[in-house]
Design a protein around this ligand. Structure first.
Ligand code: SAM
Length: 248
């Protein structure tokens, strides 16, 4: 059998491609890509020419079986998406599941992922986080999704579009109140990379100050409601309890 490589590609800055990614894309028999034209540009930038096959949300199931046949015939396949890590709000799940069930070896070639890059520079807690992908397009559904997320899951992370960000900020206020600390990561690794921090009102003010700021790619992060108890060491918690008991 061939091997299936899950290859991360840049989320903006083309230098963010790993040596292993270049080697892998250069040696596989097939590169399965979300958009072959878009990924063709990356490959030619890397000086590579590969046989490509389109694998997107609408044809994934059917393409996955075609790719499985190639893998079973001994050909190696690399899966890439338009940007970042495949399967993270991107196609690939059906293919990986099918290949796993068929006993194909699946090899990760890790690299850029917008949610991780955003979280690590946000200054919000990183010990626990919950990724929600894209929120629904309609405000009512967005609020429902947000309301259904249980407390204690840590920092919330979602992918957001420039078109919806202002409405989503309003929904966050409706669900979590106006005080909740947020962080917005924009255009990561690109020329206009920017982090905005503060309440929904602060971020809205920054975004609307200049129309150009309401464009581009963004990751929205929501701080946990308050420091959870277990962030305070057990011994300190015990002492606090004793002291509290002595208070009038
Ligand atoms: N697979 C990708 C990854 O690993 O991050 C995500 C693909 S998803 C279809 C695209 C969304 O990811 C964008 O709408 C945006 O929310 C986020 N994103 C991708 N690149 C980004 C960047 N350079 N800066 C900020 N957000 C980015």
């Amino acid at each position: 059998n061939g091997q299936l490589y899950i290859v991360a590609t840049p989320i903006g800055n083309l230098d963010d491609i790993s040596q292993r990614a270049i080697q892998t894309l250069g040696k596989v028999a097939w590169v399965a890509a979300e958009d072959t034209r878009h990924s063709g540009k990356l490959l030619s930038h890397l000086g590579l020419s590969a046989r490509m096959l389109a694998l997107h949300d609408h044809n994934e199931k059917q393409r996955a079986s075609a790719l499985l046949q190639k893998l079973q015939a001994g050909e190696d396949v690399a899966l890439i998406s338009d940007a970042g890590t495949p399967l993270i709000s991107d196609p690939g799940y059906s293919l990986v599941r099918l290949c796993r069930d068929a006993g194909i070896k699946i090899v990760p070639i890790p690299g850029p992922c917008a949610l991780i890059a955003a979280l690590c520079c946000s200054g919000l807690p990183t010990d626990k986080f919950h990724f929600i992908g894209f929120l629904p397009a309609k405000s009512g559904q967005r609020q429902q999704v947000l309301q259904a997320i249980p407390a204690g899951v840590g920092t919330l992370i979602c992918y957001e579009t420039a078109r919806r960000i202002l409405d989503t900020l309003d929904d966050l206020v409706a669900v979590y109140g106006p005080e909740r600390e947020l962080a917005l990561a924009k255009e990561l690794t690109k020329t206009f990379e920017h982090f905005a921090f503060g309440t929904a009102a602060d971020i809205k003010a920054w975004l609307t100050e200049d129309p150009a700021r309401c464009q581009g790619e963004m990751v929205l992060m929501i701080a946990p409601s308050q420091p959870v108890d277990d962030e305070i060491p057990a011994e300190v918690q015990r002492t606090l309890k004793l002291l509290m008991a002595e208070l009038p």
